[in-house]
Design a protein around this ligand. Structure first.
Ligand code: ADP
Length: 445
Protein backbone atom coordinates (compact mmCIF):
# COMPACT_ATOMS: atom_id res chain seq x y z
CA UNK A 1 0.00 0.00 0.00
CA UNK A 2 1.33 3.41 -0.79
CA UNK A 3 0.21 7.02 -0.95
CA UNK A 4 1.63 10.44 -1.35
CA UNK A 5 1.22 12.62 1.70
CA UNK A 6 -0.27 16.00 0.96
CA UNK A 7 1.55 19.11 2.08
CA UNK A 8 0.39 20.41 5.43
CA UNK A 9 -1.58 23.61 5.22
CA UNK A 10 -1.90 26.07 8.02
CA UNK A 11 -5.30 26.16 9.64
CA UNK A 12 -6.49 29.46 11.07
CA UNK A 13 -5.86 29.46 14.80
CA UNK A 14 -8.67 31.53 16.17
CA UNK A 15 -9.80 31.79 19.77
CA UNK A 16 -10.46 28.39 21.14
CA UNK A 17 -13.35 27.28 23.24
CA UNK A 18 -12.88 25.15 26.32
CA UNK A 19 -14.22 22.18 24.42
CA UNK A 20 -11.62 22.59 21.72
CA UNK A 21 -8.86 22.95 24.26
CA UNK A 22 -9.92 19.75 25.95
CA UNK A 23 -10.06 17.98 22.64
CA UNK A 24 -6.65 19.31 21.57
CA UNK A 25 -5.26 18.09 24.86
CA UNK A 26 -6.61 14.57 24.38
CA UNK A 27 -5.61 14.44 20.74
CA UNK A 28 -2.13 15.75 21.55
CA UNK A 29 -1.69 13.16 24.31
CA UNK A 30 -2.76 10.42 21.99
CA UNK A 31 -0.40 11.60 19.26
CA UNK A 32 2.46 11.90 21.73
CA UNK A 33 1.89 8.35 22.87
CA UNK A 34 1.97 7.14 19.30
CA UNK A 35 5.12 9.06 18.50
CA UNK A 36 7.05 7.75 21.45
CA UNK A 37 5.79 4.20 21.54
CA UNK A 38 7.95 1.68 19.77
CA UNK A 39 6.51 -1.53 21.16
CA UNK A 40 3.56 -3.09 22.90
CA UNK A 41 2.46 -2.18 26.41
CA UNK A 42 2.87 -5.11 28.76
CA UNK A 43 -0.27 -6.23 30.43
CA UNK A 44 -1.22 -9.00 32.81
CA UNK A 45 -4.95 -8.40 32.72
CA UNK A 46 -7.28 -10.74 30.90
CA UNK A 47 -9.26 -9.68 27.87
CA UNK A 48 -13.01 -9.60 28.39
CA UNK A 49 -15.01 -10.74 25.39
CA UNK A 50 -18.74 -10.26 24.94
CA UNK A 51 -19.97 -12.06 21.88
CA UNK A 52 -22.92 -10.92 19.89
CA UNK A 53 -23.91 -14.54 19.41
CA UNK A 54 -22.98 -16.38 22.61
CA UNK A 55 -23.47 -19.75 20.87
CA UNK A 56 -20.87 -19.20 18.19
CA UNK A 57 -17.46 -20.55 19.14
CA UNK A 58 -14.96 -18.08 20.50
CA UNK A 59 -11.80 -18.16 18.48
CA UNK A 60 -8.52 -16.85 19.66
CA UNK A 61 -5.19 -17.22 17.92
CA UNK A 62 -1.68 -17.48 19.26
CA UNK A 63 0.07 -16.98 15.95
CA UNK A 64 -0.40 -14.90 12.82
CA UNK A 65 -0.20 -18.05 10.65
CA UNK A 66 -3.44 -19.33 12.12
CA UNK A 67 -5.21 -16.34 10.61
CA UNK A 68 -4.51 -17.50 7.06
CA UNK A 69 -3.54 -14.02 5.98
CA UNK A 70 -2.55 -13.24 2.44
CA UNK A 71 1.18 -14.02 2.14
CA UNK A 72 1.94 -10.39 1.25
CA UNK A 73 0.32 -9.28 4.48
CA UNK A 74 1.99 -11.90 6.63
CA UNK A 75 5.27 -10.72 5.18
CA UNK A 76 4.36 -7.16 6.11
CA UNK A 77 3.48 -8.20 9.65
CA UNK A 78 6.81 -9.97 10.15
CA UNK A 79 8.73 -7.12 8.53
CA UNK A 80 7.30 -4.88 11.25
CA UNK A 81 8.88 -7.17 13.81
CA UNK A 82 5.67 -8.69 15.13
CA UNK A 83 6.16 -12.30 16.24
CA UNK A 84 2.76 -13.04 17.60
CA UNK A 85 -0.56 -11.31 18.18
CA UNK A 86 -0.91 -9.00 21.17
CA UNK A 87 -3.50 -9.83 23.84
CA UNK A 88 -6.24 -7.83 22.21
CA UNK A 89 -5.28 -9.05 18.73
CA UNK A 90 -5.60 -12.70 19.81
CA UNK A 91 -9.35 -12.23 20.06
CA UNK A 92 -10.02 -9.24 17.84
CA UNK A 93 -8.32 -10.54 14.71
CA UNK A 94 -10.30 -13.80 14.31
CA UNK A 95 -13.51 -11.84 14.88
CA UNK A 96 -12.65 -9.14 12.38
CA UNK A 97 -11.47 -11.64 9.76
CA UNK A 98 -14.41 -14.03 10.16
CA UNK A 99 -16.86 -14.67 7.34
CA UNK A 100 -19.42 -13.20 7.35
CA UNK A 101 -17.75 -10.11 8.83
CA UNK A 102 -18.55 -9.24 12.41
CA UNK A 103 -18.87 -5.85 14.00
CA UNK A 104 -16.63 -4.94 16.88
CA UNK A 105 -16.27 -2.40 19.64
CA UNK A 106 -12.86 -2.68 21.29
CA UNK A 107 -11.40 -0.79 24.20
CA UNK A 108 -7.87 -0.99 25.53
CA UNK A 109 -5.26 1.50 26.52
CA UNK A 110 -2.94 3.07 24.02
CA UNK A 111 -0.10 0.82 22.92
CA UNK A 112 -1.92 -2.52 23.09
CA UNK A 113 -2.13 -3.16 19.35
CA UNK A 114 -5.52 -1.82 18.27
CA UNK A 115 -4.25 0.10 15.25
CA UNK A 116 -2.21 -2.79 13.95
CA UNK A 117 -5.29 -4.99 14.33
CA UNK A 118 -7.72 -2.90 12.33
CA UNK A 119 -5.13 -2.09 9.68
CA UNK A 120 -4.67 -5.81 9.14
CA UNK A 121 -8.44 -6.27 8.94
CA UNK A 122 -8.84 -3.50 6.37
CA UNK A 123 -6.00 -4.77 4.21
CA UNK A 124 -7.35 -8.32 4.38
CA UNK A 125 -10.78 -7.31 3.19
CA UNK A 126 -9.93 -5.16 0.17
CA UNK A 127 -10.04 -6.55 -3.30
CA UNK A 128 -7.02 -5.02 -5.03
CA UNK A 129 -8.55 -5.67 -8.45
CA UNK A 130 -11.35 -3.25 -7.73
CA UNK A 131 -10.10 0.27 -8.26
CA UNK A 132 -12.41 2.12 -5.92
CA UNK A 133 -12.60 2.81 -2.16
CA UNK A 134 -13.62 -0.19 -0.07
CA UNK A 135 -12.38 0.71 3.41
CA UNK A 136 -12.89 3.96 5.28
CA UNK A 137 -11.06 4.85 8.45
CA UNK A 138 -11.84 8.02 10.40
CA UNK A 139 -9.48 9.55 12.96
CA UNK A 140 -10.04 12.62 15.14
CA UNK A 141 -7.23 14.81 13.79
CA UNK A 142 -5.06 15.38 10.77
CA UNK A 143 -1.93 14.21 12.59
CA UNK A 144 -3.54 11.06 13.97
CA UNK A 145 -4.81 10.18 10.50
CA UNK A 146 -1.28 10.52 9.13
CA UNK A 147 0.06 8.23 11.88
CA UNK A 148 -2.47 5.53 11.07
CA UNK A 149 -1.75 6.01 7.38
CA UNK A 150 1.89 5.24 8.08
CA UNK A 151 0.94 1.94 9.68
CA UNK A 152 -1.19 1.04 6.65
CA UNK A 153 1.74 1.83 4.37
CA UNK A 154 4.15 -0.20 6.49
CA UNK A 155 1.94 -3.22 6.81
CA UNK A 156 0.96 -3.09 3.17
CA UNK A 157 4.55 -2.70 2.01
CA UNK A 158 4.50 -6.02 0.12
CA UNK A 159 0.96 -5.54 -1.09
CA UNK A 160 1.58 -2.71 -3.47
CA UNK A 161 -1.60 -3.15 -5.51
CA UNK A 162 -3.50 -1.73 -2.57
CA UNK A 163 -3.43 2.06 -2.53
CA UNK A 164 -4.22 4.56 0.18
CA UNK A 165 -5.51 8.13 0.04
CA UNK A 166 -5.82 10.75 2.78
CA UNK A 167 -9.13 12.55 3.21
CA UNK A 168 -7.74 15.43 5.22
CA UNK A 169 -7.78 19.18 4.92
CA UNK A 170 -5.32 20.41 2.36
CA UNK A 171 -5.80 17.41 0.10
CA UNK A 172 -7.87 19.06 -2.61
CA UNK A 173 -9.09 16.92 -5.46
CA UNK A 174 -10.52 17.99 -8.82
CA UNK A 175 -14.29 18.02 -8.98
CA UNK A 176 -15.61 14.86 -10.57
CA UNK A 177 -12.64 12.75 -9.43
CA UNK A 178 -13.42 9.09 -8.94
CA UNK A 179 -10.98 7.71 -6.43
CA UNK A 180 -9.04 4.61 -7.48
CA UNK A 181 -7.56 3.93 -4.04
CA UNK A 182 -9.05 1.08 -2.04
CA UNK A 183 -8.39 2.54 1.39
CA UNK A 184 -9.33 6.04 2.54
CA UNK A 185 -8.13 7.44 5.84
CA UNK A 186 -9.14 10.84 7.09
CA UNK A 187 -10.96 13.12 9.44
CA UNK A 188 -14.76 13.04 9.70
CA UNK A 189 -15.46 16.41 8.08
CA UNK A 190 -13.42 15.85 4.93
CA UNK A 191 -14.51 12.22 4.72
CA UNK A 192 -18.16 13.24 4.85
CA UNK A 193 -17.60 15.86 2.14
CA UNK A 194 -15.88 13.33 -0.07
CA UNK A 195 -18.82 10.95 0.29
CA UNK A 196 -21.70 13.38 0.21
CA UNK A 197 -20.80 16.72 -1.34
CA UNK A 198 -18.09 15.80 -3.87
CA UNK A 199 -19.02 12.15 -4.34
CA UNK A 200 -15.37 11.10 -4.69
CA UNK A 201 -16.34 8.01 -2.74
CA UNK A 202 -19.36 5.82 -3.32
CA UNK A 203 -20.40 4.76 0.18
CA UNK A 204 -22.30 1.79 -1.22
CA UNK A 205 -19.00 0.09 -2.09
CA UNK A 206 -17.59 0.26 1.42
CA UNK A 207 -16.92 -3.09 3.09
CA UNK A 208 -15.12 -1.95 6.22
CA UNK A 209 -15.70 1.20 8.26
CA UNK A 210 -13.29 1.94 11.10
CA UNK A 211 -13.74 4.65 13.69
CA UNK A 212 -10.54 5.11 15.66
CA UNK A 213 -9.96 6.92 18.96
CA UNK A 214 -13.64 7.23 19.73
CA UNK A 215 -12.91 8.88 23.07
CA UNK A 216 -10.98 11.68 21.39
CA UNK A 217 -13.55 11.88 18.64
CA UNK A 218 -16.51 12.53 20.91
CA UNK A 219 -14.77 15.46 22.55
CA UNK A 220 -15.86 17.40 19.45
CA UNK A 221 -19.61 17.43 18.93
CA UNK A 222 -19.25 18.06 15.21
CA UNK A 223 -17.15 14.93 14.77
CA UNK A 224 -19.79 12.78 16.36
CA UNK A 225 -22.48 14.04 14.02
CA UNK A 226 -20.28 13.75 10.95
CA UNK A 227 -19.24 10.21 11.85
CA UNK A 228 -22.84 9.17 12.31
CA UNK A 229 -23.80 10.74 8.99
CA UNK A 230 -21.04 8.81 7.21
CA UNK A 231 -22.09 5.61 8.92
CA UNK A 232 -25.71 6.10 7.78
CA UNK A 233 -24.64 6.13 4.13
CA UNK A 234 -22.91 2.75 4.32
CA UNK A 235 -24.53 -0.52 3.26
CA UNK A 236 -26.08 -2.70 5.91
CA UNK A 237 -23.57 -5.51 5.46
CA UNK A 238 -20.59 -3.18 5.86
CA UNK A 239 -18.36 -4.20 8.75
CA UNK A 240 -18.26 -1.53 11.47
CA UNK A 241 -15.33 -1.36 13.86
CA UNK A 242 -14.81 1.12 16.67
CA UNK A 243 -11.78 1.58 18.91
CA UNK A 244 -11.22 3.57 22.04
CA UNK A 245 -8.58 3.82 24.76
CA UNK A 246 -11.15 4.57 27.46
CA UNK A 247 -14.78 3.67 27.89
CA UNK A 248 -16.87 6.24 29.68
CA UNK A 249 -20.64 6.30 29.38
CA UNK A 250 -20.51 8.92 26.61
CA UNK A 251 -18.09 6.86 24.52
CA UNK A 252 -20.26 3.82 24.97
CA UNK A 253 -23.40 5.63 23.85
CA UNK A 254 -21.65 6.90 20.77
CA UNK A 255 -20.16 3.47 20.04
CA UNK A 256 -23.57 1.90 20.02
CA UNK A 257 -24.84 4.41 17.50
CA UNK A 258 -21.92 3.69 15.17
CA UNK A 259 -21.73 -0.09 15.57
CA UNK A 260 -24.93 -2.12 15.38
CA UNK A 261 -24.97 -5.64 16.83
CA UNK A 262 -21.44 -5.45 18.14
CA UNK A 263 -19.06 -7.95 19.62
CA UNK A 264 -17.27 -6.27 22.47
CA UNK A 265 -13.68 -6.68 23.61
CA UNK A 266 -12.27 -4.92 26.64
CA UNK A 267 -8.88 -4.98 28.23
CA UNK A 268 -8.56 -3.35 31.62
CA UNK A 269 -5.79 -0.89 32.22
CA UNK A 270 -3.00 -2.18 34.38
CA UNK A 271 -3.43 -0.95 37.98
CA UNK A 272 -0.68 1.26 39.30
CA UNK A 273 0.74 0.69 42.76
CA UNK A 274 3.16 2.28 45.18
CA UNK A 275 4.12 -1.07 46.69
CA UNK A 276 7.50 -1.37 45.03
CA UNK A 277 8.41 2.29 45.51
CA UNK A 278 10.50 3.78 48.29
CA UNK A 279 9.09 7.19 49.05
CA UNK A 280 10.98 9.99 50.79
CA UNK A 281 10.60 13.65 51.47
CA UNK A 282 13.18 16.35 51.98
CA UNK A 283 12.50 19.43 54.09
CA UNK A 284 13.74 22.75 52.70
CA UNK A 285 12.94 26.45 53.01
CA UNK A 286 13.07 27.74 49.47
CA UNK A 287 13.43 26.89 45.83
CA UNK A 288 17.19 27.45 46.09
CA UNK A 289 17.46 25.09 49.03
CA UNK A 290 15.51 22.48 47.13
CA UNK A 291 18.02 22.80 44.34
CA UNK A 292 20.92 22.37 46.79
CA UNK A 293 19.27 19.29 48.24
CA UNK A 294 18.83 17.89 44.77
CA UNK A 295 22.54 18.39 44.08
CA UNK A 296 23.42 16.61 47.32
CA UNK A 297 21.24 13.70 46.36
CA UNK A 298 22.90 13.54 42.97
CA UNK A 299 26.33 13.66 44.54
CA UNK A 300 25.57 10.84 46.93
CA UNK A 301 23.77 8.24 44.90
CA UNK A 302 24.15 6.85 41.43
CA UNK A 303 21.04 7.73 39.52
CA UNK A 304 20.59 6.11 36.15
CA UNK A 305 17.85 8.41 34.98
CA UNK A 306 15.55 10.75 36.79
CA UNK A 307 12.41 12.67 35.96
CA UNK A 308 11.87 15.89 37.85
CA UNK A 309 8.43 17.46 38.04
CA UNK A 310 7.78 21.16 38.60
CA UNK A 311 4.54 23.00 38.97
CA UNK A 312 5.16 25.80 36.49
CA UNK A 313 7.00 26.25 33.22
CA UNK A 314 9.00 29.00 34.85
CA UNK A 315 10.33 26.78 37.64
CA UNK A 316 11.03 23.99 35.19
CA UNK A 317 13.02 26.32 32.96
CA UNK A 318 14.94 27.75 35.89
CA UNK A 319 15.76 24.34 37.34
CA UNK A 320 16.89 22.94 33.99
CA UNK A 321 19.23 25.93 33.65
CA UNK A 322 20.69 25.49 37.14
CA UNK A 323 21.19 21.76 36.65
CA UNK A 324 23.00 22.17 33.38
CA UNK A 325 25.23 24.82 34.98
CA UNK A 326 26.15 22.10 37.46
CA UNK A 327 27.23 19.93 34.56
CA UNK A 328 24.19 17.68 34.24
CA UNK A 329 22.85 16.77 30.85
CA UNK A 330 19.30 17.94 31.11
CA UNK A 331 16.30 17.65 28.84
CA UNK A 332 13.41 20.03 29.29
CA UNK A 333 9.83 19.28 28.37
CA UNK A 334 7.71 22.38 28.30
CA UNK A 335 4.17 23.37 27.46
CA UNK A 336 4.96 25.71 24.61
CA UNK A 337 6.60 22.92 22.61
CA UNK A 338 4.88 21.29 19.66
CA UNK A 339 3.86 17.67 20.13
CA UNK A 340 6.59 16.55 17.69
CA UNK A 341 9.23 18.47 19.63
CA UNK A 342 8.04 16.93 22.87
CA UNK A 343 8.18 13.46 21.35
CA UNK A 344 11.75 14.13 20.18
CA UNK A 345 12.80 15.18 23.70
CA UNK A 346 11.21 12.09 25.22
CA UNK A 347 12.82 9.87 22.60
CA UNK A 348 16.30 11.24 23.35
CA UNK A 349 15.70 10.73 27.05
CA UNK A 350 14.55 7.17 26.50
CA UNK A 351 17.65 6.47 24.48
CA UNK A 352 19.66 7.70 27.45
CA UNK A 353 21.13 10.73 25.69
CA UNK A 354 20.09 12.80 28.69
CA UNK A 355 20.01 11.51 32.23
CA UNK A 356 17.62 14.06 33.67
CA UNK A 357 14.26 15.12 32.32
CA UNK A 358 12.71 18.23 33.84
CA UNK A 359 9.04 18.71 33.09
CA UNK A 360 5.78 20.28 34.16
CA UNK A 361 2.68 18.32 35.04
CA UNK A 362 0.72 19.17 32.00
CA UNK A 363 3.41 17.98 29.65
CA UNK A 364 3.92 14.66 31.27
CA UNK A 365 0.27 13.78 31.78
CA UNK A 366 -0.71 10.54 30.15
CA UNK A 367 2.71 9.59 28.91
CA UNK A 368 4.74 6.69 30.17
CA UNK A 369 8.49 6.66 30.49
CA UNK A 370 8.81 3.23 31.98
CA UNK A 371 12.45 2.77 32.73
CA UNK A 372 12.93 5.79 34.97
CA UNK A 373 14.02 4.58 38.39
CA UNK A 374 13.99 7.90 40.23
CA UNK A 375 11.17 10.41 40.25
CA UNK A 376 11.61 13.72 42.00
CA UNK A 377 8.66 15.92 42.79
CA UNK A 378 10.37 19.28 42.92
CA UNK A 379 6.86 20.56 43.53
CA UNK A 380 4.15 18.27 44.83
CA UNK A 381 1.23 17.73 42.49
CA UNK A 382 -1.80 19.85 43.33
CA UNK A 383 -4.93 20.60 41.35
CA UNK A 384 -6.17 24.06 40.39
CA UNK A 385 -7.59 24.69 43.84
CA UNK A 386 -4.35 23.70 45.51
CA UNK A 387 -5.64 20.35 46.77
CA UNK A 388 -3.38 17.29 46.65
CA UNK A 389 -3.62 15.59 43.29
CA UNK A 390 -3.39 11.95 44.34
CA UNK A 391 -4.05 10.57 40.92
CA UNK A 392 -1.18 12.47 39.37
CA UNK A 393 1.08 11.49 42.24
CA UNK A 394 0.31 7.83 41.67
CA UNK A 395 0.71 8.11 37.93
CA UNK A 396 4.09 9.82 38.25
CA UNK A 397 5.71 7.37 40.58
CA UNK A 398 3.49 4.30 40.60
CA UNK A 399 4.44 1.15 38.78
CA UNK A 400 2.24 -1.38 37.10
CA UNK A 401 1.82 -4.96 38.23
CA UNK A 402 4.66 -7.38 38.06
CA UNK A 403 6.50 -5.43 35.37
CA UNK A 404 7.33 -2.68 37.79
CA UNK A 405 10.94 -2.46 38.79
CA UNK A 406 11.71 -1.06 42.20
CA UNK A 407 11.68 2.68 42.21
CA UNK A 408 12.58 5.67 44.28
CA UNK A 409 10.50 8.79 44.75
CA UNK A 410 11.72 11.95 46.43
CA UNK A 411 9.39 14.77 47.34
CA UNK A 412 10.65 18.27 47.98
CA UNK A 413 8.79 20.13 50.69
CA UNK A 414 9.42 23.85 51.21
CA UNK A 415 6.49 25.21 53.21
CA UNK A 416 3.74 24.39 55.70
CA UNK A 417 1.46 24.24 52.71
CA UNK A 418 3.46 21.62 50.85
CA UNK A 419 4.02 19.64 54.07
CA UNK A 420 0.27 19.53 54.42
CA UNK A 421 -0.12 18.30 50.84
CA UNK A 422 2.46 15.62 51.50
CA UNK A 423 0.69 14.44 54.62
CA UNK A 424 -2.60 14.22 52.80
CA UNK A 425 -1.04 12.18 50.01
CA UNK A 426 0.55 9.89 52.58
CA UNK A 427 -2.79 9.39 54.29
CA UNK A 428 -4.60 8.83 51.04
CA UNK A 429 -2.37 5.94 49.99
CA UNK A 430 -1.73 4.80 53.52
CA UNK A 431 1.93 4.39 52.68
CA UNK A 432 4.65 5.97 54.76
CA UNK A 433 6.78 8.68 53.14
CA UNK A 434 10.06 8.73 55.08
CA UNK A 435 11.98 11.85 55.93
CA UNK A 436 15.35 12.06 54.21
CA UNK A 437 18.29 13.98 55.61
CA UNK A 438 20.27 15.21 52.63
CA UNK A 439 23.38 15.64 54.77
CA UNK A 440 23.33 11.93 55.51
CA UNK A 441 22.25 9.93 52.53
CA UNK A 442 23.50 6.47 53.40
CA UNK A 443 20.03 5.14 54.05
CA UNK A 444 18.61 5.61 50.62
CA UNK A 445 20.68 3.23 48.51
P1 ADP B 1 -2.77 1.07 19.87
O1 ADP B 1 -3.45 1.34 18.57
O2 ADP B 1 -3.59 0.25 20.81
O3 ADP B 1 -2.23 2.30 20.53
P2 ADP B 1 -0.64 0.01 18.21
O4 ADP B 1 -1.32 -0.87 17.23
O5 ADP B 1 -0.23 1.37 17.73
O6 ADP B 1 -1.50 0.15 19.55
O7 ADP B 1 0.60 -0.80 18.78
C1 ADP B 1 1.50 -0.22 19.71
C2 ADP B 1 2.93 -0.55 19.32
O8 ADP B 1 3.13 -1.95 19.36
C3 ADP B 1 3.30 -0.11 17.92
O9 ADP B 1 4.64 0.32 17.93
C4 ADP B 1 3.12 -1.37 17.09
O10 ADP B 1 3.98 -1.38 15.97
C5 ADP B 1 3.49 -2.46 18.08
N1 ADP B 1 2.73 -3.70 17.87
C6 ADP B 1 1.42 -3.85 17.57
N2 ADP B 1 1.08 -5.15 17.50
C7 ADP B 1 2.19 -5.87 17.77
C8 ADP B 1 2.50 -7.26 17.86
N3 ADP B 1 1.59 -8.20 17.65
N4 ADP B 1 3.77 -7.62 18.18
C9 ADP B 1 4.71 -6.67 18.40
N5 ADP B 1 4.50 -5.35 18.33
C10 ADP B 1 3.25 -4.93 18.02
Amino acid sequence: ASASTPAKTEGGEGDKTGEEDHKDDKAAQSLLNKLIRSNLVNTTNQVEVLQRDPNSPLYSVKSFEELRLKPQLLQGVYAMGFNRPSKIQENALPMMLAEPPQNLIAQSQSGTGKTAAFVLAMLSHVDPNNKFPQCLCVSPTYELALQTGKVIEQMGKYYSEVKLVYAIRGNKLQRGTQLQEQVVIGTPGTMLDWCLKFKFIDPKNIKVFVLDEADVMIATQGHQDQSIRIQRMLPKQCQMLLFSATFEETVWNFAQRIVPEPNIIKLKREEETLDTIKQYYVLCNSKEEKFMALCNIYGAITIAQAMIFCHTRKTAGWLAGELSREGHQVALLSGEMQVEQRAAVIDRFREGKEKVLVTTNVCARGIDVEQVSVVINFDLPVDRDGNPDNETYLHRIGRTGRFGKRGLAINMVDSKFSMNVLNKIQDHFNKKIEKLDTEDLDEIE
